[in-house]
Design a protein around this ligand. Structure first.
Ligand code: GLU
Length: 461
C-alpha cells in the first residue's frame, strides 16, 4: 500500500498558520512512508468562494517550503484536483446512493425548511434536523417533480437508532448515535456537492489512505462514515490533530496577540524554516528535549502515536520569536544577506545599506541582536533628529575628534567617544541618540567602524 495523504483547502479565505502545521504533518507523513502528498481544492461552496484565494494558498504553501506530488499546477493521475471540475462524478455517486436508498431527493422549499426548523426550536430543540418529509414521496411523485424541473437537493438518509463508530489514531474510538445526525444535504440545487459528499468521494477515488486534519472535523466524520458504509468503501485512517490556541487563553489564535495568517508571519520577518520548526512541536513531541529540527529529522522522527490527544495546543509566540532568533543566528552570513535583500526588496533605504561596502559587516553585527528580519531596520537605519545648540556643539566636537583618528577601528572610536563623554559630562546614551537617532541598537563603536569613516563624517556635517 502506498501512503497517500492530502490537504484539501477551500478557497474561502487566507491560509492560517494552523493550516501550515497540518500541511507539514501530512507532507512529513507521506515523505516518511515514501508515499504521496496531494493537494485538492475544495471549491464547492460558491457562496464563500473568493476569487484568487486558491493561488494565494498554493503560493504560501510553497513559501513555507512544501511541494506536492499531485494537485493543481502539477496534475497527476487522479485529477482533476479541483472539485468544481468534478461535478459529474459527484452526481453519479449521489444517484448511486439514491438507487441504494441511502440518499433521497428533497424538493422542500427554503420557506418550508425554515418553518420546520422554527417549529423545532420552539419545542426547545437546538440541533434541528430535517424531518424526512420528502423520504415519503413515491418514486412516481419524485419522477413527476423531476419532470417538472422543480429544484431539488439530494439528502443522506440517516437510519435512526444506529451507532456510528470509527477509530481515530489520536482520539481513539469514537461513537455517536445516528439519532444525532441530520439528513445532510449531499448534492445542492446548484449541482455542486456539499463538503461531505465531495470529501468522501474524492478521498476514496484519489486513494487517500490517511486523513489528517484539525479535530474540528471530528463532528463531521460520522456523516462520512455513513457514506463510506453506504458505498461499501473502506474507511481511511483518521488522524485528527489538536487545533491551536493562544498561549494563556482558552480560545483560538487572535489578531490581538499578533499575526494569525501564514503570510503575516513571513511579513513580520519570521523565517519559514524557523516557523516550520516551531509548528512541528505544536501537537507532536518527540519525547525528548530536542527542539531544533530540520525537516529531514522531523520526517525521520514524526510518529502519529506521539501526537497530543488534546483539543487545543498552545501557540507560544515568545517561543516562536526565540526560535526565529536562533535560526537567524545560525544561518550563514551570505544566506542571511540574501534573506534580508528579499525581505527588504521594496525598502530602498535598507537595501542601500545592505548593498553598500559595509553591508555584510553590519549584518554580522546585527545577526546576534535581531529576532526577526523586521528588526534589522531598527538596528541599522538612523532616524534624523532635531539638534539643540548644545547637541550641535557636541556633534561638531565628535566630528573633529573622528577626523583626527588615524585608524578607523572600534577601539579607537570608543577611546575617542570616551574623551567626548568626559569633556561634556554626558553619558554614552546621549551620544548614541545623537549619532543614530535611537536609544538602543547595535554597539556604537562597532556600528561606526562598519561604516566608512568618510561616510560618518559626511553624516556629522
Ligand atoms: N475543505 C476542508 C477545509 O477547508 C477540508 C477538511 C478536511 O481536511 O477534510 O478545511
Amino acid at each position: 500500500m502506498t501512503v497517500r495523504t492530502r490537504m484539501a483547502p477551500s478557497p474561502t479565505g487566507e491560509y492560517h498558520i494552523g493550516h501550515i502545521r497540518t500541511v507539514l504533518y501530512n507532507w512529513a507523513f507521506a515523505k516518511k512512508h515514501e508515499g504521496k502528498f496531494i493537494i485538492r481544492i475544495e471549491d464547492t461552496d460558491r457562496v464563500r468562494y473568493i476569487e484568487g484565494a486558491m493561488d494565494k494558498i498554493l503560493d504560501i504553501i510553497i513559501d513555507y517550503g512544501f511541494t506536492w506530488d499531485e494537485g493543481p499546477r502539477v496534475g497527476g493521475a487522479y485529477g482533476p484536483y479541483m472539485q468544481s471540475e468534478r461535478l459529474e462524478i459527484y452526481k453519479k455517486y449521489a444517484l448511486e446512493l439514491v438507487a441504494k436508498k441511502a440518499a433521497y431527493y428533497c424538493f422542500c422549499t427554503v420557506e418550508r425548511l425554515e418553518k420546520m426548523r422554527d417549529e423545532q426550536r420552539a419545542k426547545g430543540i437546538t440541533a434541528t434536523k430535517y424531518d424526512k418529509h420528502c423520504l415519503m414521496l413515491t418514486p412516481e411523485a419524485v419522477e413527476k417533480k423531476l419532470q417538472e424541473n422543480i429544484p431539488y437537493v439530494i439528502r443522506l438518509n440517516v437510519i435512526p437508532d444506529k451507532t456510528i463508530s470509527f477509530h481515530d489514531e489520536v482520539f481513539g474510538d469514537v461513537q455517536v448515535s445516528s439519532n444525532d445526525i441530520d439528513d445532510q444535504v449531499l448534492l445542492k440545487s446548484d449541482g455542486f456537492p456539499t463538503y461531505h459528499l465531495g470529501v468522501v468521494v474524492d478521498d476514496h477515488l484519489m486513494e487517500i489512505t490517511h486523513v489528517m486534519r484539525g479535530n474540528d472535523w471530528i463532528p463531521s466524520t460520522p456523516k462520512h462514515v455513513i457514506l463510506y458504509n453506504a458505498f461499501g468503501w473502506e474507511l481511511p485512517v483518521y488522524i485528527h490533530l489538536p487545533n491551536l490556541k493562544e498561549k494563556g487563553e482558552t480560545k483560538k489564535l487572535s489578531k490581538r496577540f499578533g499575526p494569525v495568517a501564514a503570510r503575516e508571519f513571513l511579513d513580520e520577518g519570521y523565517l519559514p524554516e524557523a516557523t516550520v520548526n516551531f509548528l512541528m512541536l505544536l501537537g507532536w513531541n518527540p519525547g525528548t528535549d530536542k527542539e531544533i529540527y530540520t525537516t529531514e529529522e522531523f520526517v525521520r522522527d514524526f510518529d502519529v502515536k506521539k501526537i497530543h490527544k488534546t483539543d487545543l495546543v498552545s501557540f507560544d509566540r515568545q517561543k516562536l520569536t526565540w526560535m526565529n532568533g536562533y535560526y537567524i543566528q545560525h544561518v550563514q552570513i551570505k544566506q542571511l544577506m540574501k534573506k534580508l535583500e528579499v525581505f527588504y526588496k521594496d525598502d530602498k533605504e535598507v537595501l542601500t545599506i545592505l548593498q553598500s561596502q559595509n553591508g555584510e559587516a553590519l549584518v554580522l553585527l546585527a545577526q546576534t541582536r535581531m529576532k526577526t528580519l523586521k528588526e534589522f531596520r531598527e538596528l541599522v537605519v538612523s532616524i534624523p533628529i532635531a539638534f539643540t545648540d548644545s547637541d550641535t556643539l557636541i556633534v561638531k566636537d565628535i566630528k573633529q575628534t573622528f577626523e583626527k583618528l588615524s585608524a578607523w577601528k572600534s577601539e579607537d572610536i570608543l577611546e575617542a567617544l570616551r574623551g567626548i563623554l568626559k569633556k561634556h559630562g554626558i553619558k554614552m546614551n546621549t551620544v548614541y541618540r545623537l549619532l543614530t537617532g535611537r536609544d538602543v541598537g547595535l554597539p556604537l563603536p562597532e556600528y561606526l567602524e562598519s561604516i566608512p569613516k568618510e561616510e560618518i563624517l559626511k553624516r556629522l556635517t
